[in-house]
Design a protein around this ligand. Structure first.
Ligand code: FES
Length: 275
C-alpha cells in the first residue's frame, strides 16, 4: 500500500510534466503552465519524502561477531534476513522506475522554455507579407492612391490583406521629387517622391514613428536613432547601425501604390546570420 502511494505520487508528477509540455506547446495560459510545473515539482518532492519515510530501512542493525561455527538457528535467521533483503531490492527497483520516469519527464519539461529565448526559426525572419504587386493599404484597409498624400506627409501602411501585421508595418512618405539620392538598382523604387521604409527600428525593434519633414529625418522614440529618408534611411545618429529596409514602390495603371517586392533586406534588429 505504501509502495502504491509512492508510485502514484511519482506518476502524478510525470503526468503534470506532460501536461506542462502540452500547455506550453499549445501556448495555453501561463497560469495553466505554472500549475503543471507546480504539481510536477510538488508531487515529485512528496514522493521522495514518502519514499524516505516508508520504503527505505529505518532501523539500524548491529551484527555482533560471534564464535564460529554459528548454530542452526543463527544460520536460519541469516538466511531469512538475506531473503528479506532480496525482496527489499525488488521493491526499490519498482519505485525507481516511477522515480526516474517522473524525473525524466520533469527534465524534458524544463527544456521546453528554452524555445522562448530566441526568435522562431524559419524563413519568417527573412520575409514579411509584402509580395510583388501588393497594394498599399492603411490600417483600416483603405488603399493609397498616388494623388492622396501631400509632400511632407507620412502614413503607416500594410500589404492589402494583412492590415495590422507587425512585421509588415511600413512608413510611406512623400518627399519633393528629385530629393531622393538612390544608389544603383534603387532608381525606380520611389515614384513621384513616394518612398517607403520598414517601421521596425533596426536597433531594438521599436516602431519608428516621428518624421521631421524639414530635414527629411525619421526618429525612433525609444533611443533616439535618426534615419536619413532621402539617403535610403541610413542612420545618422543614435544606436542603430543599419538602415531601415526599403520597400520598392510602383504605381499601377489605376493610380494605386503597390510594392514591387518584399523589403530590400530582413527587417528589425540584427541577428547572428546577418553580416
Ligand atoms: S529601438 Fe530604435 S533607437 Fe533603439
Amino acid at each position: 500500500m505504501k509502495l502504491f502511494a509512492i508510485a502514484v505520487t511519482f506518476s502524478i508528477s510525470l503526468i503534470a510534466s506532460v501536461f506542462f509540455m502540452i500547455a506550453y506547446a499549445l501556448n495555453l495560459s501561463t497560469q495553466l503552465q505554472g500549475l503543471g510545473l507546480f504539481v510536477a515539482l510538488g508531487a515529485l518532492g512528496a514522493g521522495i519524502v514518502l519514499w524516505a519515510l516508508y520504503a527505505l530501512p529505518q532501523r539500524q542493525t548491529v551484527n555482533a561477531i560471534e564464535d564460529y561455527p554459528s548454530d542452526e538457528s543463527d544460520r536460519a535467521g541469516a538466511e531469512e534476513t538475506l531473503n528479506r533483503g532480496t525482496g527489499e531490492l525488488e521493491r526499490r527497483s519498482f519505485i525507481m522506475r516511477f522515480f526516474f520516469g517522473a524525473i525524466g519527464a520533469l527534465g524534458l519539461a524544463a527544456l521546453f522554455p528554452f524555445r522562448s529565448l530566441a526568435p522562431r526559426f524559419g524563413r519568417g525572419l527573412y520575409h514579411t507579407k509584402w509580395t510583388s504587386g501588393s497594394r498599399l493599404v492603411r490600417e483600416d484597409g483603405t488603399p493609397v492612391k498616388v494623388a492622396e498624400l501631400a509632400v511632407g506627409s507620412v502614413v503607416t501602411v500594410f500589404p492589402d490583406g494583412a492590415a495590422g501585421d507587425e512585421s509588415s508595418q511600413t512608413l510611406l512618405l512623400r518627399v519633393p521629387p528629385g530629393t531622393i539620392q538612390a544608389t544603383k538598382g534603387r532608381a525606380d523604387w520611389a515614384p513621384r517622391g513616394y518612398v517607403a521604409f520598414s517601421k521596425v527600428c533596426t536597433h531594438a525593434g521599436c516602431p519608428v514613428g516621428l518624421y521631421r519633414a524639414s530635414s527629411f529625418e525619421l526618429l525612433c522614440p525609444c533611443h533616439q536613432s535618426v534615419f536619413d529618408v532621402v539617403n535610403e534611411a541610413r542612420p545618422i545618429s543614435g544606436p542603430a547601425s543599419r538602415a531601415l529596409p526599403q520597400l520598392p514602390l510602383a504605381i499601377d495603371s489605376e493610380g494605386y501604390l503597390r510594392a514591387q517586392n518584399d523589403f530590400s533586406e530582413p527587417i528589425g534588429p540584427g541577428f547572428w546570420q546577418r553580416s
